[in-house]
Design a protein around this ligand. Sequence first.
Ligand code: GLP
Length: 244
Amino acid sequence: MVKIIKAKDYNEMSRKAANIISAQVIMKPDCVLGLATGSSPLGTYAQLIDWYNKGDIDFSQTKSVNLDEYRGLSHDNDQSYYYFMHENFFKHINIDLANTHVPNGTETDAAKACAAHEAVIQELGGIDLQLLGLGNNGHIGFNEPGEAFEKETHCVDLAESTIQANSRFFEKIEDVPTQAYTMGIKSIMMAKKILIIVSGEAKADAVNKAFFGPVVPQVPASILQMHPDVTLVADEAALSKCPL
Ligand code: GLP
């Protein structure tokens, strides 16, 4: 059963999501957080930074692993997820950078990069709380529609619609990488708790399909219905097509 928390708008969604993450860090200071990129979690990170600055959260023992990374972008490329995490979260809090792990997009040997990331997750003892966004086409991480559910971290060819959607962050569409390393559905499903955040009407169809439709690989997020501890925090616009 997916627990659904309705928020008024993006800001309220971000606060509620940050509350859940902060509760996790307070209850288990040395927890392993699975982190995500994209515009959905930006407000959540901003809220956590604010609470950190007020002295309410301490990340000194917290560890993190990231969901995905573009293949071939260097760490100082401002579109790499490595750069995103440092700019939007890590550099503002007291997490030990040695405890943060983003798949290594600079490693061109895909098998090596993916096996290394999966090994990190195992060494850390698994993920306590995995934060997820939702792609317009129902993807999570970079697990595109039609992918097998049982995969661990692997290299993917991005769907044309994902390249289009993410091109808004790049100067021109040709600059968007066509491949990425992503934790697979299996890696995601192994997390003890999952928190998925969704905002905006453009995602309304995807939310409805993912949480109220059949569990099928064509809608990767639909597998979350099978996880024992999933919380969806979504705003009214994102939930507007759900039979609630
Ligand atoms: C990207 C990321 C996903 C993210 C999704 C939605 O493709 N790989 O992890 O959840 O897009 O992004 P946004 O939150 O910007 O809508």
